[in-house]
Design a protein around this ligand. Structure first.
Ligand code: PLP
Length: 383
């Protein structure tokens, strides 16, 4: 089946009791036993809940995996991946990650005795050089957030496996519609379902998908033991979002392509980071490992005061953290999503005080273009 068909149907089958075509929200914490020592396969909702199971089956099918686990947030999903490790193990991570992932690795994972080395995400040789005999996990995000650099997944998978390390990829920005990391050699894919998969900015969630059944079993044990599970209401919202994912991603991407062109031609914008632009340094890699370029764009206005003027001027773009909803959002990474990343690291990564990030929604592109032009004019009035 093609992926757009899977988006609508994977994980769904008519409800056994009523024939309902939509997976019901099983709002229950526990399940009646049929008799002493016998139950219907459902015991307690931390262990399994039918709405969550439907989402897990849908995500395993969409990513081409063997198993999936639903979590309370993207961060809970990433935390569960680190729980596969033990004290003394080592992680090599791309250096350009969501700020929360950076904070998890440096303030929680390292405290539990797992060392983390951050390397230039665009340079496979840097991963090879950083791997030690203790390295058990390589963790990357591609495109990176917010500078839209790409990680060569096939190359990093080969390096990781040559050293018996697992490769985990955060696929939140592109979704399985536009990138399938397991096909490129990854062992684990994580998502913040809060973003495109839900798509309507009305729920939090995360998921880990794996192509390795044994890893799936270990993750289900972590999920059941630590208990950071996605609830049935949030799981339902993601299932509902998945049905329109293909249509939404096409609209997001078409709008983003147009707006990236507008920004690239605008005065006062010193850099536009969007893999769909032929000028992007890794445009060829984007073409070969992705099925599309996504709808996240960042660009530099040269100073915090110009970035602030832009953010305060735009009307259709809402100034807010997060991304991937139908509505367009604007954010200032240095003071918002990446405020937890130390200043010297931000500088090195190009997360400057003038950098602005857009999550391009599905509104009419002419309104979005007009809004951006208003914002750029406001930025230009700042000396
Ligand atoms: N991964 C990426 C790429 C993100 O952008 C985010 C949040 O913005 C997360 C993970 C964390 O997800 P959540 O906010 O659902 O915990």
């Amino acid at each position: 089946m093609k992926i757009a068909t899977l988006c609508v149907h994977a994980g769904h089958r008519p409800d056994a009791l009523t024939g309902a075509v939509t997976v019901p929200i099983y709002a229950t914490s526990t399940y009646a036993y049929t008799r002493f020592g016998e139950h219907r396969g459902w015991e307690y909702s931390r262990t399994a809940n039918p709405t969550r199971t439907a989402l897990e089956q849908a995500m395993a099918a969409l990513e081409g995996g063997a198993d999936a686990c639903g979590f309370a947030s993207g961060m809970a999903a990433i935390d569960a991946v680190t729980d596969l490790l033990q004290s003394g193990d080592h992680i090599v991570a791309g250096d350009d990650l969501y700020g929360g992932t950076h904070r998890l690795f440096t303030s929680v994972t390292e405290r539990h005795g797992v060392a983390v080395t951050f390397v230039d995400a665009t340079d496979p040789a840097a991963f090879r050089d950083a791997i030690t005999r203790h390295t058990r996990l390589v963790f990357v995000e591609t495109p990176t957030n917010p500078t839209m650099r790409l990680v060569d997944l096939a190359a990093i998978a080969e390096i990781s496996h040559a050293h018996d390390a697992l490769l985990a990829v955060d696929n939140t920005f592109l979704t399985p519609l536009l990138q399938q990391p397991l096909d490129l050699g990854a062992d684990l894919v994580v998502h913040s379902t809060t973003k495109y998969l839900n798509g309507h900015s009305d729920g939090l969630g995360g998921v880990v998908v794996t192509g390795v059944p044994d890893l799936g079993e270990r993750l289900h044990t972590i999920q059941n033991t630590a208990g950071a599970v996605i609830g049935p209401f949030d799981a339902y919202l993601v299932l509902r979002g998945l049905k329109t994912l293909a249509a939404r991603m096409a609209a997001h991407e078409s709008n983003a392509g147009r707006l990236a062109g507008v920004l690239a031609a605008a005065q006062g914008v010193s850099a536009v980071h969007y893999p769909g632009l032929a000028t992007h340094p890794q445009h060829h890699l984007a073409r070969s490992q992705q099925q599309g370029f996504g709808a996240m764009i960042s660009f530099d206005l040269g100073s915090e005061s110009r970035a602030a003027a832009f953010c305060d001027e735009v009307q259709v773009f809402t100034l807010a953290e997060s991304l991937g909803g139908v509505e367009s959002l604007v954010c200032h990474p240095a003071s918002m999503t990446h405020a937890a990343v130390p200043e010297h690291t931000r500088c090195r990564l190009g997360i400057t005080d003038g950098l602005v990030r857009l999550s391009v929604g599905i509104e009419d592109v002419d309104d979005l273009r007009d809004d951006i032009e208003q914002g750029l004019q406001a930025a230009a009035r700042v000396s």
